[in-house]
Ligand binder design. Sequence first.
Ligand code: UT7
Length: 367
Amino acid sequence: MPYAHITGWGTAVPERILTNDDLSKIVETNDQWIRERTGIAERRIASEDDSVSSMAVEASVKALQVANLAPTDLDLIICSTSTPEYLFPATACLIQDKLGATKAGAFDLLAACTGFIYAVNMAAQAIRSGSIRSALVIGSETLSRFVDWNDRKTCILFGDGAGALVLQASPQPGGVLSAVMRSDGSGSDLLTLPAGGSHMPATEETVKRGQHYIHMDGNEVFRFATRVMAQATREVVEGAGLKMEEVRWIVPHQANLRIIQAAARGLKLPMEQFVVNVDRYGNTSTASIPLALVEAVEKGQITPGDKLVMVGFGGGLTWGALAAEWTGPLPAEKIVHPERYKYRARIRSILRRLWRLIEGIIWGREV
Ligand code: UT7
């Protein structure tokens, strides 16, 4: 049975930085309150030109470059997001087209902030089963487009960004070791975007009532998070057959520094073992774990052979953890240039659309 190794990684964030002081000009808040209660100093906000797929493609090309894998060699693309570009088609299909990943299946996965853990596990299990050889897993969000900028309880928390990992099969032991995936739908109302789905399609009224924005019971989510983070970490470490002392790094969901500190206390681990960048990006939901993970890898903190745990929680309610042994790129025979496929993909996509148009005219069909 092959092992599923993490062989490539990349991130992308919007250029625009929104500081706590900037926010204090929009809602009644201040830098001190936000820092003390959340640990956040600033977050990135998508411009009109940024989208879930554009950031995902930027992060993915970097990840493919590190893995030295051509997009055409990808078997599967999973995009984890709570802010898809459309209800359908899946944003993963837009990414597949922009990358030129012509042989990959593509779908979105929605498990809120826990989504990245679910998605990496799904990709790893597909590789472990032997049904695929490689996968691209992305967490990408434009939460700023669903935030009520008049609600100081939520608008100070969220930010935008994307992170991507490439997973590949190898007979060498290591890579993804174990995973825990949990949910409790009885808490579905604690963190929700009420309107716009089939339950409550968007109308003038829903917009007037602000039901197309994120609604959250922050205190309840906080309590839930502090309960499950340490528990899921312990469970996944045990599932991997490891002892807690063997785990070098914990990469937690970056929602609130106080939640991460509570998890550290619960696990009796020093904060130095926790990767934290919530101060600079805020809560980017499903993008937060890859944003933190990749930063730690690029800084040279996480190195091959390190055992680590990614652990998250979020709307649903969902929570989960994933244990892995860090590997790095697999040995390669030749250098590929994943970025070049983007231009070919663009031309191919335009030609396909043009061909469908011509076919429509020839056959007298509406297109
Ligand atoms: O990805 C998962 C998503 N969600 C989360 O992880 C969120 C988890 N929850 C939290 O992080 C925290 O509950 C919050 C950061 C959302 C809130 O922090 P808190 O320490 O639980 O504050 P609170 O809601 O209990 O509010 C305390 C006070 C209230 O004032 P009063 O009623 O005591 O006078 C709030 O009105 O702070 C006030 N407040 C603010 N003050 C200044 C709430 N938001 C703000 C603000 N600036 N932005």
